[in-house]
Design a protein around this ligand. Structure first.
Ligand SMILES: [Zn+2]
Length: 272
């Protein structure tokens, strides 16, 4: 007899992450989404992959994920409900053998579907996996200070990154490659999904101006840690932005000292 997938470590950790994100105010109403690329051992003790509940459409083909499993949060589902009712709010899918559709194997029990940002998620998984075979998680949220910062800061990747690094010393250590920034675009479209995927070739963190932030990682903890570190930097920026007594922050010379002490590789143009 198979165990119940809702009691699996993956679904438990996903619920715990969703609770944390909701508690921090990052995921109001149905804002935000999470997907996780799974390995066979995460799925097969619980699920018979030949038992397909129904097929779900994919706007873009992903042949490189043929036969791979993902869990993803559902479109319109409230983050505050995920841990209490994962079978309704989350779905387990297997990408079809031709990469054009996905088979729902568990979840979305009220007839629902995965997040409308699924193209962005699968595109991000594809690009991050090419950079790091241990990559597993894509997490999107609406952290308040990060969005606020895009209202008053230039959307230039180098300048946005440098400002975050200048806010607190840990920022450059946690994301030495910087943050990607996309200008405002209509969300949930294949266009923003594909533009985002391009950014994930270079970055683990992507800011969508006036919308939110998407992070990636080898685990839920790692992705969450990136999001909360960006949000911490943005929080400090918002608190001091209009303060006439603000200091120059951590200047380039100090950042270079941190980079040297932590043996960080910093891209050309970010500190000179
Ligand atoms: Zn969003």
């Amino acid at each position: 007899m198979k165990f119940d997938f809702k009691d699996s470590p993956v679904i438990r950790e996903l619920g715990a992450s969703a609770d944390n994100m909701y508690r921090l105010g990052w995921n109001e109403r149905n804002g935000g989404n999470i997907s996780i690329l799974l390995d066979d051992e995460d799925v097969l003790p619980y699920i018979d992959p030949t038992k397909i509940i129904r097929d779900l459409p994919l706007a873009v083909e992903f042949p490189q994920f043929a036969g791979r499993y993902f869990v993803a949060t559902g479109t319109g589902k409230y983050f505050k409900n995920i841990s209490r009712n994962p079978e309704n709010c989350v779905g387990l899918i297997r990408i079809s053998d031709d990469g054009k559709r996905s088979h729902l194997l568990w979840g979305f029990s009220d007839g629902g579907c995965y997040t409308s940002e699924i193209v962005m998620h699968l595109g991000a998984h594809k690009e991050r996996l090419a950079q790091n075979p241990d990559h597993r998680v894509v997490m999107h949220a609406h952290p308040t200070n990060t969005i606020s910062m895009t209202h008053i800061h230039k959307w230039d990747e180098i300048e946005f990154t440098r400002t975050l690094w200048q806010m607190c010393t840990e920022c450059i250590v946690i994301f030495p490659e910087g943050v990607g920034v996309l200008p405002w675009m209509v969300s949930s479209s294949p266009e923003i999904g594909l533009a985002s995927a391009e950014k994930f070739r270079e970055y683990r963190i992507l800011i969508w101006a006036l919308h939110g932030c998407t992070v990636t990682g080898t685990s839920l903890d790692e992705a969450f840690g990136l999001m909360e570190t960006v949000e911490k930097g943005a929080d400090i920026f918002i608190r001091i932005a209009k303060n006439p007594n603000r200091s120059t922050g951590i200047d380039s010379n100090m950042l270079k000292q941190v980079a040297q002490a932590f043996n960080l590789t910093i891209k050309k143009g970010y500190l000179d």
